[in-house]
Design a protein around this ligand. Sequence first.
Ligand code: SF4
Ligand code: SF4
Length: 249
Amino acid sequence: MDSQLESRQRRRFMVQAAGATALIAPGITLMTIAQADQDQPEGASSSKRWGMLVDTNKCTDGCSDCVSACQQENGWGEGSTDESQSNPQQKAQWIRTVTIRDKQTGHTDQLPMMCQHCENPACVDVCPTGASMKRADGIVLVDKHICIGCRYCMMACPYKARSFVHEPLHDQKSNSPRGKGTVEACTMCVHRVDRGDQPACVEKCSSGAMMFGDLNDPNSDISKKLAEVDSTQIRADLGLNPGIRYSGI
Ligand code: SF4
Ligand code: SF4
């Protein structure tokens, strides 16, 4: 995987370098290129670890704000594919609401379930091509260009967080490219995060149940909240150390 990544980075660098040489003209163009570089988002840094905290006490029964927000932002769900041939288990589902029940008290909680952006992701371990990858800042993604659709990652993920695109796609969003025959999942809205915005589900949650931030920064709002409240990771026993934390359960 490392050699593939290095090779792609080298190719990208060579393309950019070739483009810059062709464009350079005395004076003005050099300044334009320098300005363009300043406008580029910073690369992912291991000094950060992006995560979320969901207060399940604020999740109300039947609410699906987060699911609608994700569909709208990333272009999956009804209308994005010809799913007439797909059974419900085959449809794309980047985020879903699940209900959990305490066996002793019978108390139920509804919570959103999406890719947990694990520190030790099983999906990455089993991927034969390196398409499943974890960025330095903890966001786990699928590179659609090298995903061969073997679906090993879907079998390995204990959270059932990934979907496979069976049908032809239409009405795609330019910020979240998808591909028939490839696997997909929550991207933590990486395109928004890289420009300094919150993930769509967090922004559109009408009850304020979802918080996003840097788990590595002790002064971030999410870290302060995590220090205040009891929180848990779903299936913490598996040792994957998810970046999505839940309180109230
Ligand atoms: S939740 Fe599943 S798909 Fe997401 S990082 Fe963890 S193992 Fe991978
Ligand atoms: S972070 Fe973005 S991609 Fe992930 S569930 Fe929320 S809206 Fe969907």
